[in-house]
Design a protein around this ligand. Structure first.
Ligand code: GDP
Ligand code: MG
Length: 162
């Protein structure tokens, strides 16, 4: 079986956009409206001659309390089944309580987690991500899933951890 990379994070941070960037094609469904991706969807991916499975996650419920629970559940399932977890946050806004709930679950899982600071579309934003060290997941990795900025470096980093 191929190694598994799970993409986890709250709605609208750009998980599906990142999955498409990794795949090099538009296959995962991207939506401006939160909560479009249903459950977990696995895709075969390749980088530098290495093959792996990348899992897009979603399925969040609209109610705030239920949503927090669903995020924790998704994070837990991803952590249990993945070799590496990409925890994606929106670097243009401060971490939310939902982000922190997912982080607690991921840290308890003991799995390898790469903290992906998405929506870093320009160099100015790159200087603003240092506050994300506070999540306790180590160095934040800046990317723009939309424009491709940093995605090659992220893929190299993923392969290092597989
Ligand atoms: P998901 O709910 O986490 O899967 O998020 P999506 O991939 O569906 O993206 C949600 C919204 O964020 C869409 O409007 C995307 O175009 C936008 N988005 C995703 N990545 C980026 C990025 O790197 N920069 C910017 N500016 N927007 C992004
Ligand atoms: Mg999605």
């Amino acid at each position: 079986a191929l190694p598994i990379v799970a993409v986890v994070g709250r709605p609208n941070v750009g998980k599906s956009t990142l999955v498409n960037r990794v795949l090099g094609r538009r296959q995962a469904v991207v939506e401006d409206v939160a909560g479009v991706t249903r459950d977990r969807i696995a895709y075969d991916a390749e980088w530098s001659g290495r093959n792996f499975t990348i899992v897009d996650t979603g399925g969040w419920l609209p109610d705030a309390r239920e949503r927090a629970k669903a995020i924790a559940t998704q994070a837990e399932i991803a952590a249990q089944t993945a070799d590496v977890v990409l925890f994606v946050v929106d670097a243009t806004i401060p971490p939310t309580a939902d982000d922190e709930a997912a982080v607690r679950m991921l840290r308890r899982s003991g799995r390898k987690v790469i903290l992906v600071a998405n929506k870093v579309d320009n160099e100015r934003l790159e200087h603003e991500i240092s506050s994300l060290w506070g999540l306790g997941l180590g160095e934040p990795f800046p990317v723009s899933a939309l424009h491709g900025r940093g995605s090659g470096d992220l893929l190299d980093k993923i392969l290092e951890n597989l």
